[in-house]
Design a protein around this ligand. Structure first.
Ligand code: HEC
Length: 185
């Protein structure tokens, strides 16, 4: 039994050395492209979960997701705010990282694309909904867009009826805009 001990120690040391040499190398190989894609996937997953399992469920007990929710004890934030407030928190934690929502036909003009490259990428997503994620360099930032799709009828209803809306014919399945991640290079 004893002769196994040096063998086990040897194996453990080898694994540790391999780990130490491989892990930092692998970490360095995670590209900006992958980083932006991971962040987009996470933000999208959390937002979809908020809409499907919180907004939809609360509606059944009379609690609406609406503008001005903060002053109403029986209301919760809009899906938009779930991303913008989360994005503001991320920005406090991680320098050079910006997360938000943009649209070519926004309710609020401050949600328009910030550069021609963003506009062009978003326009190509709206034209072809199979383009669900796009990444690209833009000046001193690396950016990614994930299509923000009308996943529930009430997204379309609220946007179509909003007094400040610039588009009134959204329907389920349409690309309404995109989650945007901007990472300083
Ligand atoms: C009850 C109304 C309401 C519902 C429901 C709603 N939104 Fe919005 N949404 C808004 C308002 C108002 C804004 C602008 C908020 C701001 O800039 O302060 C907005 C902003 C956005 C934006 C940014 C561009 C813009 O229009 O200003 C996107 C993209 C968006 N919403 C997508 C969605 C999607 C997708 C859903 C469904 C999952 C959804 N919204 C549900 C009211 C709503």
């Amino acid at each position: 039994m004893k002769r196994w001990i040096p063998l086990k120690v040897g194996c453990a040391l080898t694994l540790l050395c391999v780990g130490l040499t491989v892990l930092p190398g692998e970490a360095a190989e995670i590209s900006k492209d992958q980083t932006v894609r991971y962040i987009l996937a996470m933000v999208k997953a959390f937002r979809t979960t908020y809409v499907r399992h919180i907004v939809e469920r609360m509606k059944k007990v009379g609690v609406q997701s609406k503008e001005g929710w903060i002053k109403d004890a029986h209301a919760i934030m809009l899906p938009f705010e779930f991303v913008s407030r989360g994005g503001a928190k991320i920005k406090q934690e991680v320098q050079g990282l910006d997360v938000g929502l943009i649209s070519l036909t926004p309710i609020d003009p401050s949600n328009l694309p910030k550069t021609p490259a963003e506009r062009e990428a978003l326009a190509s997503m709206v034209a072809d909904s199979t383009r669900t994620v796009l990444t690209f360099g833009d000046g001193d930032q690396f950016k990614g867009l994930a299509a923000d799709i009308v996943i529930e009828q009430h997204c379309a209803d609220c946007h179509n009826q909003h007094p400040k809306s610039t588009k009134r014919d959204f329907k389920p399945g349409d690309v309404m805009g995109a989650i945007v991640v901007r990472l300083s290079q």
